[in-house]
Design a binder for this molecule. Structure first.
Ligand code: URA
Length: 249
């Protein structure tokens, strides 16, 4: 099915060939062909499914949406751009679109699954509080996490006077006692995404998260073959699965 038409300068700028004024310069200097003809103006309308656009003899194919799964490393911030710090979007060097953003935030020191896309509607649905999209984390925690803590989490742990967490599922994977300073490994499934949610939940039962990694978001699971800092495109199945999990077609 034919997508809606868009101006040639927007087409080229969306595909990262330059700013709107830079691509206008490229059009003026004759570097852009549309269906084999030199483009004479920036405002001609392009049908991305039908028209063939070339820049310096190289085809420029239009991509509406991109979806990447990143295994976020620690030390990188969940933002689109920053003057001082490296962002998760900076890591996606294969991106074609320049309007990618992370779906939600992981703390700078958190690792694991982060979806990066320019599909605002899907992002909005996945982050909508009323959708209660499940997020699963693996954590190492200083202290002994107990079945009592799991019960408290199952009933909704009180974080402070203003915030009680939604009921969450806590699995204790192991507790090792290293010279009187125990470390617990846990898996925790939460259905909301407040600021420092997991760290604050553990703090509320007197424990400190020392390592945190997100394993899944809704039906999307981190591809464990991705090393920290690596990414890949989502498969069509993964995109469809995510969309249908939030009631999108
Ligand atoms: N909870 C946290 O405390 N930090 C994160 O990065 C994600 C969930």
């Amino acid at each position: 099915m034919s997508q809606s038409r868009l101006r040639l300068d927007k087409y080229l700028a969306d595909m990262g060939l330059g700013t709107r004024s830079e691509v206008k310069g490229m059009i003026r200097s004759g570097r852009i062909l549309v269906n084999g003809q030199r483009a004479r103006s920036a405002d001609i309308k392009i049908d991305p499914d039908e028209d063939e656009v070339m820049c310096d003899q190289m085809p420029v194919t239009y991509v509406h949406y991109e979806y990447y799964m990143l295994n976020k490393p620690a030390g990188v911030i969940s933002a689109t751009e920053d003057r001082h710090e490296k962002t998760v979007v900076d890591l996606i060097d294969a991106k074609q679109r320049k309007d990618l953003f992370p779906v939600g935030r992981l703390d700078k020191d958190t690792e694991g699954l982060l979806l990066i896309t320019n599909d605002g509607q899907l992002a909005h649905q996945l982050l909508a509080p009323k959708k209660h999209v499940a997020k699963v984390y693996y954590a190492k925690v200083a202290g002994t996490v107990t079945e009592e803590d799991a019960d408290i989490f199952a009933n909704g742990v009180v974080i402070d006077e203003t915030l009680t967490a939604l009921p969450a599922k806590l699995d204790i994977l192991s507790v090792t006692d290293k010279e009187c300073s125990p470390v617990s490994e846990i898996k925790i499934e939460i259905y909301e995404g407040k600021f420092h949610q997991v760290k604050r939940m553990l703090e509320a039962v007197g424990k400190k998260v020392i390592y945190l990694k997100r394993l899944s978001m809704g039906p999307l699971c981190l591809d464990e073959t991705l090393a920290c800092g690596q990414y890949r495109k989502l498969s069509e199945d993964e995109i469809q699965m995510l969309k249908s999990s939030v009631g999108e077609k």
